[in-house]
Design a protein around this ligand. Structure first.
Ligand code: GSH
Length: 207
């Protein structure tokens, strides 16, 4: 039985949808990640970053959404959400997952939490404006990588697709005017037809 610490609409979405794709039994534990509230000390013992997701199985704790996805795929190759070891497509499976986690997610973080990157509150609008530019650059590269698609790995569905779909739900209204991601939107529409995705979207109140 897996235990997933989560919050709706958060980085827990990708591990959550992967658990649904796998069909493994799991339970969800909600975490309050409100910006204006301190983190629950009990949760900080599990994940000192105070962020979601965290996954526990057989007493082993793992955090970082991408790491959880890689680990779940290792444990459940039968779900077909990763090219197997030795398959050349595995190179880009690693590449895109790491790129989204270490390049795109920090740009979102800079936008959502400017105070973690700059102490001077007067500079927050400038920090957020630069984050918006970074988001536009990075999303441009990701959307281009979906040509011809339809998936991140070409004709093969993988966790990379669930991951990019998750991140595409993190925009603030002002980004929508400047960031165009038509191929990602097409990918999302295809993915939403999958029962595992529909169930997860419903649990995140995003159906
Ligand atoms: N690098 C972490 C980041 C996770 C993250 O930023 N989670 C957000 C929700 S999407 C969160 O919990 N934010 C609350 C906080 O950072 O205090 C991961 O990929 O798991």
């Amino acid at each position: 039985m897996y235990t997933l610490y989560w919050a709706p609409g958060s980085a827990a979405f990708a591990p959550h949808v992967l658990l649904e794709e796998i069909g493994a039994p799991y339970r969800l534990v909600p975490v309050d990640i409100s910006r204006d509230k301190p983190r629950d000390p009990e949760y900080l013992e599990i994940n000192p970053n105070g962020a979601v997701p965290t996954l526990i199985v057989d007493g082993r704790v793992v955090y970082e959404a991408a790491a959880i996805c890689l680990w779940l795929n290792d444990r459940h190759p039968e779900a077909g959400m990763a090219p197997p070891p030795g398959d050349p497509a595995r190179a880009h499976y690693y590449q895109w997952l790491v790129y989204m986690a270490d390049t795109l997610q920090p740009a979102f973080q800079t936008n959502y939490y400017p105070g973690r990157f700059c102490k001077d509150e007067r500079a927050f609008p400038a920090v957020k404006a630069r984050a918006a530019e970074r988001l536009a650059e990075i999303w441009g590269r990701l959307d281009a990588a979906l040509d011809p698609g339809p998936w991140m790995l070409g004709d093969r569905l993988s966790i990379c697709d669930h991951y990019i779909a998750m991140l595409s739900t993190w925009f603030e209204p002002q980004h929508k005017a400047t960031i165009r991601i038509p191929r990602v939107e097409r990918l999302f529409a295809h993915l939403a037809e999958r029962p595992a995705v529909a169930r997860t979207l419903a649990q995140h109140d995003m159906a």
